[in-house]
Design a protein around this ligand. Structure first.
Ligand code: ARG
Length: 397
C-alpha cells in the first residue's frame, strides 16, 4: 500500500494539524503512530485525537522498556552529556521513534513516513537520518516544515477545520518529554539573559526551598543500574523511582545555550533528575573500578559519542564502533554508590565495589602501616628525566 504514509504522532498541535496537510499534499491515507517513550501523556487520548483529525488508523507502541534498556543504558555507559551539560533527552528518543516508524511503514507496505518537526531544530535531521539508515527506500516527509506551517497558522487551521487539538498559547512554547527527562523551549527563554520562570519546570521542585536531604544507594551491575536502596528494579522502574526522589530536591535542572547541529545557537531548559543522579553515580563507580588510562581515554570517547547522538548519527558506523568500546569498559563497573540529594545537587558520599582497584594498603599514609616506598625514589628520578634533559638543552640556547 504505497498510498499510505506513517506519521509520528505526539498529539500536539503540529502533528494533529499535520495529518490533514499531509493527506491533502500527498493524496495518501495517513496512519498515525504514537511511540510511548515514557512521556507520561495519556496515549489513548493521543490515539483518538489522531483519528478525529483524519488519520485512517492510529497505533500506539509501548517502547518504554526498549527505550530504557537500549537507549538510556548506552547513554549512561557513555555518561552522555552534550557540551558537558545536556543529557540528550530528546536526541535519545528520536532514533527509537524513527525505528518504529520505519518498521510500521514496512509492515503496512507504505513508501513514506513523516514527522511534525519544524525547520528550525535538530529533530528534523535526526528523524530523517535514522529512517534513511534503517530503511533506505523510505521517504521522510515533513508536513509542518515544508509548507511552513507556523504555529499561528496551525492554530488558525485547526480552528477553521474544527479539529480537537490541545489548547496552546500562540507564543512559542514547546515541551518534549520522555523517561530520561524534559526539554523546554519557550519565547520567554529566547533572551539568554532572562531567568527561567519557575512555572517552566514540571518534574523538579525549586532547589532553593529548604528540605531535609534524602540519601539513596544505587547498585550497578556492569554499568547497568539494577537496584535502588537494595531493591531490584528494571531500568525503566529504577529511572522512574529515582526521578521522583531526585526531582523533589531540584536535581537536574539545566539551563543552557547549546549549538544545534544546524549551526545556530539555542537557549533551552531541561529537567533530568534521574539522568543527572545516575550519571553522577556511574561516573564515580568508574573512578573506583577503571584503570587510569581507560578512564582518561573513555572521557574523550564519551564526548564524541554524545556529539554523534546529538547530531542524529545513532545508527552510524562510528557511534556503533564506540558502543562496542564503551560496552567493553563496563565489565568491572559493578558496585554501589551512595548519593545525598539536596538543594539541586546529587553528591556522592560513598562508593564500594568488589571490583575496586582502590588498594587501602597502598593508599594509606598511616605511620606503621607504610608500604615499601623504596621503588618511589627511582621512579621519581626517571619520571623527571625528560624534563631535566629539555631544561639543559633550553639553558644552552
Ligand atoms: N535542543 C534539544 C535537542 O535538540 C531539544 C529539542 C526538543 N525540544 C523541545 N522543547 N521540543 O535535543
Amino acid at each position: 500500500m504505497a498510498d499510505r504514509v506513517v506519521l509520528a504522532s505526539s498529539g500536539g498541535l503540529e502533528t494533529s494539524v499535520g495529518i490533514g496537510w499531509l493527506r491533502d499534499a500527498t493524496g495518501k491515507d495517513v496512519v498515525a503512530l504514537a511511540v510511548d517513550v515514557g512521556q507520561g501523556d495519556d496515549l489513548d487520548v493521543v490515539r483518538q485525537r489522531a483519528l478525529d483529525c483524519g488519520a485512517v488508523e492510529s497505533l500506539v507502541v509501548d517502547a518504554k522498556d526498549e527505550f530504557a534498556d537500549e537507549y538510556v543504558v548506552p547513554a549512561l555507559r557513555a555518561n552522555a552529556l552534550h557540551q558537558k551539560r545536556y543529557p540528550l533527552v530528546s536526541a535519545l528518543s528520536r532514533p527509537l521513534i524513527a525505528k518504529h516508524l520505519a518498521l510500521t511503514a514496512k509492515q503496512l507496505g507504505a513508501d513514506s513516513v513523516a514527522h511534525g518537526c519544524t525547520g528550525v531544530g535538530n529533530d528534523q535531521v535526526r528523524f530523517a537520518a535514522a529512517v534513511a539508515a534503517i530503511a533506505p527506500d523510505l521517504r521522510t516527509l515533513a508536513p509542518v516544515r515544508d509548507p511552513g506551517l507556523h504555529r499561528d497558522r496551525a492554530i488558525a487551521s485547526a480552528q477553521e477545520r474544527g479539529l480537537p487539538v490541545p489548547h496552546v498559547e500562540s507564543s512559542h512554547h514547546s515541551v518534549d518529554q520522555n523517561l530520561w527527562g524534559r526539554s523546554v523551549q519557550s519565547a520567554s527563554l529566547e533572551d539568554p539573559w532572562s531567568a527561567p520562570a519557575e512555572a517552566l519546570y514540571a518534574s523538579t521542585h525549586d532547589p532553593a526551598v529548604p528540605q531535609q536531604a534524602d540519601e539513596v544507594t544505587i547498585t550497578f551491575d556492569r554499568g547497568v543500574p539494577v537496584a535502588l536502596d537494595g531493591q531490584r528494579f528494571s531500568v525503566l522502574r529504577l529511572v522512574q523511582e529515582l526521578d521522583a526522589v531526585a526531582g523533589k530536591h531540584g536535581v537536574g535542572r539545566i539551563d543552557v545555550v547549546e549549538d544545534r547541529l544546524t549551526g545556530t545557537k539555542s537557549r533551552e531548559v531541561y529537567e533530568a533528575p534521574a539522568a543527572i543522579a545516575l550519571i553522577t553515580a556511574h561516573e564515580e563507580l568508574e573512578s573506583l573500578t577503571l584503570e587510569r588510562d581507560v578512564l582518561r581515554y573513555k572521557r574523550g570517547v564519551e564526548a564524541e559519542w554524545a556529539g554523534l547522538v546529538y547530531d542524529g548519527l545513532w545508527f552510524g558506523g562510528l557511534k556503533r564502533g564506540l558502543d562496542a568500546f564503551l560496552e567493553h569498559t563496563q565489565q568491572h563497573v559493578s558496585g554501589d554508590v551512595r548519593l545525598r540529594l539536596q538543594g539541586g545537587r546529587a553528591t556522592v558520599t560513598g562508593r564500594r565495589s568488589e571490583q575496586s582497584l582502590y588498594d587501602f594498603d597502598l593508599a594509606t599514609s598511616e605511620a606503621g602501616d607504610e608500604p615499601d616506598r623504596s621503588p618511589a625514589r627511582g621512579f621519581t628520578e626517571l619520571w623527571s628525566l625528560p624534563g631535566r634533559i629539555t631544561a639543559r638543552r633550553d639553558a644552552a640556547n
